[in-house]
Write a protein of this length. Structure first.
Length: 131
């Protein structure tokens, strides 16, 4: 996959947040892993998760950065949940036959800079991927 194709796909999926559209972009042998919870789901399982999200409202996902080459890509995102919670996410995506074949999703909550290193660190300036 070319960078512009991957970027366009990731941006389109995050803007739509539509389980049916995402399902069609996944390979029939798709698997996703969530290392922090120890879960693995196939294509149908992830669609069920997306269709039954608590409160029937999916989070808003801002794509921050896309990097990679060939069939392996990473997407960095900022995730805004309906209850006001914010998480950062990194997704590792592998493509096969032009479809999303494997995904690994990592999530992290923001936290304050520890006092012991605050004097020499600088704040991150939020830069979103141009779309």
């Amino acid at each position: 996959m070319q960078e512009h194709e991957v970027h366009e796909l990731f941006q389109r999926l995050r803007e739509a947040m539509d389980p049916a559209i995402e399902y069609e972009e996944r390979h029939e042998d798709f698997l996703v892993e969530f290392p922090q919870s120890g879960e693995r789901m196939d294509r149908d399982g992830l669609r069920r998760l997306q269709e039954t999200f608590p409160g029937s409202q999916a989070p808003k996902i801002q794509l921050r950065r896309v990097t990679g080459s060939g069939d392996v890509w990473f997407a960095e995102s900022k995730i805004h949940y309906p209850d006001g919670t914010v998480f950062y996410g990194v997704t590792r995506v592998e493509f096969r036959d032009g479809k999303i074949w494997r995904e690994t999703r990592y999530y992290a909550e923001p936290f304050e800079v520890p006092a012991w290193r605050a004097s020499w660190s600088k704040p991150v300036v939020e830069e979103l991927v141009a779309g």
